[in-house]
Design a protein around this ligand. Structure first.
Ligand code: FAD
Length: 564
């Protein structure tokens, strides 16, 4: 494949073809090759990643204005919200993926795609080192380099084990399509092993103990899917062990789904308790072996070990090494996530953009400004504002910084609005500024980091493509539209996240949803809303038809339990 890749490079280049990469370039291997410019009149845009952010950027980009190349180790886009459904065969893996080359074909082939991983971003020389990572015995070079004028980093994040011993060796993860396929096979393995002759009941019980570490949306949805798979399909096929199955969710916080409205957490916990799914909150996993999971109960400090058959680790994500290395080059080594400004530009690197799970918008300046607005409003230094003054300040903030509206107007405001009531729930006449600062500190942490969701990534991709499409126009007219002239204001409005709601499917045709405006919806009708939203959000008619037919097949015939 690497030789084909080289051939492809050579054929697709109108100019100088493929040239050997200079040996003097310190970080680039002698064996790598450099892909030359295709059209020197156009600016070269390189996009890293074909996930939600990358694909949504490419979907709307005016490719005729740029020389666009895409690098990703995955030659497909995966609809991640349906990954938990793949683990139990409710939906087939190939139904939720769309080949990148199909998407490129629709853009008249004006985008070039390289199936490779970017291993180094050389920010000083505007170069990328990429590597073909599929292990096989095909001949030819595996490394090449690319020059860019603009770089769009959309590489997502990787699973975070929090350095817990034994996790990498003994856990399943639910991040990629391959992970979901592995889990599907392993669940069937556990059942086939449990029914073998000669196993004691206790051994069967251990093999059929499914543990999910992490009570966030992914862990909860997987637990719900697994429960349905077991109770709707597997108990009929493995009746002798049906009473031995146990599903446990281990959560370090006090509630599962704690990023959702508390009504949803409560609904989910009650539903799981009715279904017999054991939810252990306030427990932190400290180590794992192939046989046991050891955890610490936070309230008592007690340490206990539980035998398991299969563990799925779903506790969050962290920055990928290539991004960490880039952060070290640009002076962000002490940060956890790559910081951008509100136009998604990497701080200090105007030609590099970062979006999706690999980046976060740093709004420290905005929060400092908001604190200053409050200080200024407290003219008599009394430490409090009247309700009218308080409301005016909030309006002022929203006018200046519309991007914080999601936080100030959504559930995070609850801590702020609580300040408007006294402990007996009566309206106060004045708002205590110190109290407000505490509430603001809470908003601050939320504002600084948008949730790592497909929704944020897709909106950022689409925002950035609009900026790119207007770039030429803005370069010709650097001061922006007439109404901003002389104001020094940036030509583009900053990225503003619109929260369109979030679903939590809970199994048994029940789902919960947090909808815009703090609306909460729960039950069977919400599950139908989930079906319709997820069918409509598919990236192509092909995947839409496949997903809907998988759901129909499941309704009629049940899920397939073959271990393929
Ligand atoms: P990704 O979609 O992860 O894409 C990253 C891309 O970069 C991939 O193509 C990858 O192959 C590529 N890449 C990686 N390393 C490199 C490299 N070195 N060089 C080049 N390319 C590279 N969000 C929701 O809003 N709703 C949901 O219901 C939901 N459910 C989820 C369920 C699961 C099981 C999971 C795992 C996630 C879910 N999410 C959901 C979160 C959502 O998937 C992520 O927030 C989203 O994928 C982030 O998009 P991204 O483009 O930043 O990263």
């Amino acid at each position: 494949a690497s030789s084909k890749l080289l051939l492809l490079c050579t054929l697709s280049l109108s100019g100088g073809g493929v040239v050997a990469y200079s040996e003097s370039q310190a970080d680039v291997s002698k064996t790598s090759v450099q892909v030359n410019e295709k059209d020197c009149k156009k600016k070269r845009v390189v996009v890293l990643g074909t996930g939600w952010a990358g694909i949504s950027f490419l979907k709307d980009l005016d490719v005729s204005a740029y020389d666009v190349q895409v690098v990703s180790p995955r030659n497909y886009f995966a609809f991640t919200p349906l990954l938990p459904s793949v683990t139990c065969g409710t939906v087939e893996a190939r139904s939720i993926v769309e080949p990148v080359r199909n998407m490129i074909k629709k853009r008249n082939g004006e985008i070039r795609f390289w199936e490779a991983e970017c291993t180094k971003i050389d920010a000083a020389n505007k170069k990328l080192l990429c590597r073909y990572t599929v292990e096989n015995n095909l001949v030819g070079n595996v490394e090449f380099s690319l020059d860019y004028d603009y770089l769009v980093i959309a590489v997502g994040a990787q699973i975070n084990t929090f350095n817990t011993p034994g996790v990498l060796e003994n856990c399943h993860f639910l991040k990629e399509v391959e992970d979901a396929q592995k889990i599907r096979r392993s669940v069937i393995d556990c059942f086939e092993k449990a029914v073998l002759p000669g196993l004691t009941e206790e051994e069967g019980r251990i093999n059929l103990h499914f543990v999910i570490v992490g009570g966030g949306p992914t862990g909860v949805e997987f637990a719900a899917e697994l429960h349905d798979f077991v109770n709707e399909d597997l108990v009929n096929l493995y009746p002798s062990v049906k009473d031995l199955v146990k599903i446990t969710v281990i959560q370090s916080g006090d509630h599962i789904l704690n990023m959702f409205d508390e009504r949803i957490s409560c609904f989910a916990e009650k539903k799981f308790s009715r279904d017999g799914i054991d939810v252990q909150t306030g427990c932190r996993v400290i180590s794992l072996s192939d046989k046991e999971i050891t955890m610490k109960i936070k309230s008592t400090g007690e340490v206990c070990s539980v035998p398991h058959g299969l563990v799925v680790w779903s506790t969050g994500v962290e920055t990928r090494p290539v991004v960490k290395d880039f952060m070290a080059q640009i002076g962000q080594a002490n940060r956890r996530v790559l910081a951008t400004d509100e136009w998604l530009r990497v701080k200090g690197r105007e030609d590099v953009y970062a979006l999706g799970d690999c980046a976060t918008i740093n709004q420290r300046k905005v929060m400092e400004d908001i604190a200053a607005i409050f200080k200024a409003a407290d003219k008599d230094n009394s430490g409090s504002l009247t309700i009218k003054e308080f409301e005016d300040v909030i309006d002022d903030i929203l006018l200046r910084y519309p991007q914080v509206e999601h936080y100030l107007k959504s559930k995070h405001l609850r801590s702020v609005t609580d300040l408007l009531k006294d402990p007996e729930g009566k309206d106060r006449d004045e708002v205590d500024i110190e109290g407000f600062k505490l509430a603001l500190a809470h908003v601050d942490t939320q504002v600084k980091s948008l949730p790592a969701t497909a929704q944020v990534a897709a909106q950022q991709g689409s925002y950035l493509s609009k900026c790119f499409n207007r770039k030429n126009q803005c370069e010709d007219n650097p001061e922006g539209p007439r109404r901003f002239k002389g104001s020094g204001r940036h030509q583009f409005r900053p990225f503003q996240y619109k929260h369109l709601g979030q679903f939590a499917p809970l199994g048994g045709e029940q789902a919960a949803a947090e909808l815009p405006g703090d609306w909460v919806s729960m039950g069977q009708s919400t599950q139908w809303l989930w079906y319709s939203v997820y069918a409509s959000k598919q990236v192509s008619w092909r995947t839409r038809v496949l997903v809907v037919s998988d759901w129909t097949r499941r309704f009629i015939f049940g899920r397939d339990s073959s271990r393929i």
